[in-house]
Design a protein around this ligand. Structure first.
Ligand SMILES: [Zn+2]
Length: 277
């Protein structure tokens, strides 16, 4: 995971922020900004070199979060796990603005799944799975909330053991599958799950792979997804506050034991939840 190698950069960013706004280092650390981690599955903070709020910033045609910082306006860009390292382009009010995506080597994970239907789904389930994938992708791109969320998220399961980190290159029963697009927090079935930030529940479902799932739109292109729930205690359309209970840990869908799979989605791309926790 990137956390350790990020420390020098985070330290530098915090020092710069403290100098710029004259805060005590201690209080700056408390409000430590989201680290700049421009890799596939990471988040790039791109200085737009303007003091005027840009009207429209897009990456891969998706609107991107912008924030005011002491250095001027900044885009906070979620980079897809399948992105190629190299030069990427934002469109800032139609004008190209480039940034660099660096390579990263995520580890491999080999899992044994007893239920072969969860590794290679039977033909008759494929239509269901495709329909679910469309619904999930639509929820990833939800834009139903106008507020600007905090980027430091509440940990949804207070006591947990991380059972799988983000980005793992997965092999199920020896066969390559999609990389792990979230963070797995193992806890006993029935453990409460709390909303990572305030927002609107924009979708719920009981999906083939993800099991019982809740999506919350927090605004500015930030969405969180909670999978494999035992019970869902919220409904589509409902507003939830940061830290409010939304359901309980379970083992619905494709799992090897009870856990919460948390995905953090920024401008439609799943990014490493550890950057926000
Ligand atoms: Zn997971």
């Amino acid at each position: 995971m990137p956390t350790e190698s990020l420390l020098p950069r985070v330290g530098k960013a915090v020092t710069a922020l403290a100098a710029a706004v004259g805060l005590l280092l201690a209080s700056a650390l408390h409000a430590a900004p989201l680290p700049d981690w421009p890799v596939p599955g990471g988040v790039a903070r791109v200085n737009l070199e303007t003091d005027r709020r840009p009207g429209d910033v897009r990456y891969d045609d998706e609107p991107v979060m912008v924030r005011s910082t002491p250095e001027g306006w900044q885009a906070v860009v979620g980079i897809g796990l399948d992105a190629d390292p190299g030069t990427h382009t934002l469109k800032v009010d139609g004008t190209p603005h480039t940034f660099e995506v660096e390579p990263i080597d995520y580890e491999e994970q080999h899992l044994t799944i007893d239920d072969e239907d969860m590794v290679t789904p039977p033909e008759e389930t494929l239509e269901r799975i495709w329909a679910e994938q469309r619904e999930i992708r639509a929820a990833f791109r939800s834009r139903e909330v106008d507020t600007q969320p905090r980027l430091h998220l509440h940990t949804p399961v207070a006591e947990h053991r991380v059972s799988a980190t983000f980005g793992l290159r997965r092999f199920l029963n020896g066969q390559p599958r999609n990389p792990h697009n979230g963070l797995d927090m193992a806890a006993p079935t029935g453990t409460p799950i709390e909303a990572a930030e305030s927002g609107r529940v924009v979708q719920t479902g009981d999906y083939y792979f993800n099991g019982k799932t809740v999506f919350i739109d927090h605004g500015a292109g930030l969405v969180t997804m909670y999978c494999h729930l035992d019970e869902m205690d919220v409904e589509k359309g409902q507003w939830v506050e940061r830290g409010e209970a939304i359901g309980t840990v379970g083992e619905t869908g494709r799992v090897t034991g009870p856990h919460l799979h948390l995905s953090v989605i920024l401008n439609g791309n799943t990014v490493d939840p550890n950057l926000f926790l």
